[in-house]
Design a protein around this ligand. Sequence first.
Ligand SMILES: NC(=O)C1=CN([C@@H]2O[C@H](COP(=O)(O)OP(=O)(O)OC[C@H]3O[C@@H](n4cnc5c(N)ncnc54)[C@H](O)[C@@H]3O)[C@@H](O)[C@H]2O)C=CC1
Ligand SMILES: O=C(CO)COP(=O)(O)O
Length: 415
Amino acid sequence: MLSFAENTFSVKNNMKSFFKEDPSFVLNTNCLNFCEHQTKFSVRNWFETHGKKGRKVPRGNVGTVFSRFETPSNVKITVIGGGSFGTAMSKVFGMKGYQVCLLVRDRNIVDGINQERRNPKYLREFTLPHSVFATSNVESALEGTQLVVHALPVQVSREVLERVAPFIPTGVPVLSTSKGLEVASHKFMFELLQETVSNHGNRRPLAFLSGPSFAKEIMQELPTAVVVACENLEIAGQIAAMLSSSIFKVFTTTDFIGVEVAGALKNIIAIAAGMAEGMGLGMNAIAGLVTRGCSEMRRVAEFLGGSSVTLSGLSGVGDTFLTCFGPLSRNRTVGYRLGKGESLNEILTTSQEVAEGVATAKAVVEWLPAVLNTTYTRALVRFPILLSVAPILEGKLTPEEGMQQLMAMPPTVED
Ligand SMILES: NC(=O)C1=CN([C@@H]2O[C@H](COP(=O)(O)OP(=O)(O)OC[C@H]3O[C@@H](n4cnc5c(N)ncnc54)[C@H](O)[C@@H]3O)[C@@H](O)[C@H]2O)C=CC1
Ligand SMILES: O=C(CO)COP(=O)(O)O
């Protein structure tokens, strides 16, 4: 039997090899062909379901965009958004030696980063690498950039992206890290990006980063594993290689639909899980709720052409577990405080950071019955968790009534 010290050593070594493994960016042809086949399949499903509604999949494959041999210090990356996640992404790229330009609207944040190497408003206890600098000038932030990282709340994304899009050089990939559905249009980030930065033949590849990744833990340099989705697996691999380090492990996929659906919907499940915890319902209830929530999330993703494999991966159950059980989650905290009896208004007026699930829950209640071509009441039977959170947030149901409603649903086959 291994001693405690030997065990710790072997666990550490395993973690090291897990995080040091090369990102899957040099792929053999068979694998690439297989993935391309999978993408076409997803896209065809998407068109079958949404074609009549005029929805389009992102188009923007322009082949290889980065020179594999470029030194990081010669590559400029623009991160849009000076909140928690924009700051964390700047650190990840900055630690690799890339020139990172953080585009923020707040003058204090610009000064804090440029003068003291820290964001004075978000995660201010951590310093940033010297290769990170900030500006609020859109034109200079995007001039000569080779990768744009979008890290803003979903509800403000369209307005900002429309404003910055003319300054993003054609062919430069845009990597979105935002998770949610736009309330006004009921659209996911991949559709929103398609409409703003990759439209009018201005082909910019679109990629999406998701997975269990609290900004604070990234800033603490704790090991983190995420997935980058892009229709073009080579571009996903190149972005993965740029991000990868001994503390940041990046997997790739072509299934951007699965990644996007999971990233948006897991926040609603986290509000529900937090609520159950705040109400003191016990671990049986929370585990049941999260598992059934994952099932609802997977069924929505599959309906839209996403893969169940993605939903069982980092962006699916991985991020759901983190957000439902991790004390740092803003969405779980909103639910917890609701479960303890606070009103949504009280909670939102005392929080500084965005909890995307609040807006996404509202969007899903309008969007899901419409996309299923049914009524709210009928859709509720199939998606009771995703569709019960919004009425509670709006004060139409109490958390207790929401839970009673869930428990009163008729028995059904598990899947
Ligand atoms: N914080 C985290 O741990 C993670 C966050 N994300 C996602 O990243 C996205 C951004 O989240 P956070 O950075 O955490 O949010 P945050 O609440 O920390 O910061 C939001 C930032 O957006 C800025 N902003 C708001 N409205 C704006 C506007 N109209 N124009 C320009 N800037 C504006 C704010 O000034 C602030 O800097 C969200 O979709 C979130 O789900 C994803 C993974 C982890
Ligand atoms: O998405 C996240 C981690 O992956 C962050 O979750 P919260 O927005 O709930 O804090």
